[in-house]
Design a protein around this ligand. Structure first.
Ligand SMILES: NC(=O)c1ccc[n+]([C@@H]2O[C@H](COP(=O)([O-])OP(=O)(O)OC[C@H]3O[C@@H](n4cnc5c(N)ncnc54)[C@H](OP(=O)(O)O)[C@@H]3O)[C@@H](O)[C@H]2O)c1
Length: 297
């Protein structure tokens, strides 16, 4: 993308700040940064290092070539309508949103005004922008939309030293569900393990430290050789009595059954990976299909 591309950002949250910061350092000229809250928006402008903060739609200038829409998924429809309402003509301009779930079609009101539209989803977790901005190099971006918008998105990915891949609009919900399983659900799963450890008096900080090598090694093994070879433990061995005892112990410390249900649900997936005798597999499967809250104690 030519240096000096004028970029405005709508939604200066985790993704907007991080990409804004990186693109400002790669020759993009940040024009407007529009958020809902004045202070948060000013903080975002300070973080990005350039641009003009605004909180009202009528403050948004039309002096941009590329609009990055990084609002929360549920706000995209309304925000697209507001942008279209603000600008009677968007001829020659491009708008990209960063949602993994929505297709570019959610920006159709902008297309109706003449813009080319696309989606550019960074396949990365942006928890803390000051950390995330240092980890952008080499990440993948799912891209779809109008051909000119896709071409813009590719140039942007190159500027960010990332890698782009195509996705069809219909694939996005499943693609995004997979990303949630690999990211947010992993966080939820690990926190469940730490909550279980809390029941035996291990503080979360100590638990994170003690489990660090185990977690990293597991993830590295899965990424290197796949889950089937990486699977170890009672499900890989078919230790049915151990699994039954785990379920009972988990149900004992959590009467709502959440811990045991998480264990049983993922246990069913682990059974798919294990090479077990069919009889043993069926016996374990029977334990895992029962409601974990009604296990015999
Ligand atoms: N975080 C990630 O790891 C990640 C990774 C890849 C893609 N994404 C995608 O990127 C997008 C943004 O995610 P995020 O995590 O950066 O969200 P975020 O940190 O919650 O930031 C969202 C931003 O949008 C603004 N916003 C929300 N509703 C709005 C509205 N109705 N009008 C104007 N602005 C509004 C928020 O303003 P306030 O500050 O006032 O709430 C905030 O600045 C989402 O589509 C998400 O799926 C996120």
């Amino acid at each position: 993308m030519r240096t000096g591309t004028r970029l405005s950002i709508i939604g200066p949250g985790r993704v907007g700040r991080t990409l804004g910061w990186a693109l400002a350092r790669r020759g993009f000229q940040i024009v407007d940064v529009l958020g809902r809250d004045g202070q948060r928006t000013e903080n975002a402008v300070a973080f990005i290092g350039s641009g003009r903060g605004c909180t009202r739609w009528d403050e948004l200038s039309g002096e941009w070539d590329l609009l990055l829409v990084s609002v929360s998924d549920d706000a995209l429809t309304e925000v697209a309508e507001r942008i279209a309402h603000r600008f009677p003509s968007l001829q020659g301009k491009t708008a990209l949103h960063t949602s993994g779930f929505h297709s570019s079609d959610v920006l159709r009101p902008l297309k109706d005004r003449g813009a080319t539209i696309g989606s550019l989803h960074p396949l990365m977790t942006f928890s803390e922008p000051a950390v995330a901005r240092e980890r952008l190099s080499g990440i993948y971006y799912a891209v779809e939309g109008d051909p000119p918008a896709v071409a813009q998105a590719h140039r942007l990915v190159i500027a960010l030293e990332g890698r782009a891949f195509s996705i069809s609009p219909e694939q996005k919900p499943l693609y995004h569900a997979a990303a949630v399983l690999a990211c947010g659900h992993v966080a939820a799963l690990l926190e469940t393990a730490f909550a279980v450890l809390d029941a035996i008096g291990l503080e979360p900080e100590s638990a994170r430290r003690a489990f660090d090598p185990l977690i990293r090694e597991t993830i590295e093994n899965v990424l290197r050789e796949g889950g089937r070879r990486a699977l170890t433990g009672p499900f890989a061995r078919g230790d049915a009595r151990v699994i039954a005892a785990h379920l009972a112990a988990l149900a004992d410390v959590d009467r709502d059954g959440e811990f045991a249900n998480v264990y049983a649900c993922l246990g069913r997936r682990a059974l798919h990976l294990a090479s077990l005798h069919p009889t043993r597999r069926a016996a374990i499967r029977a334990m895992l299909t029962s409601d974990a809250t009604n296990l015999p104690r």
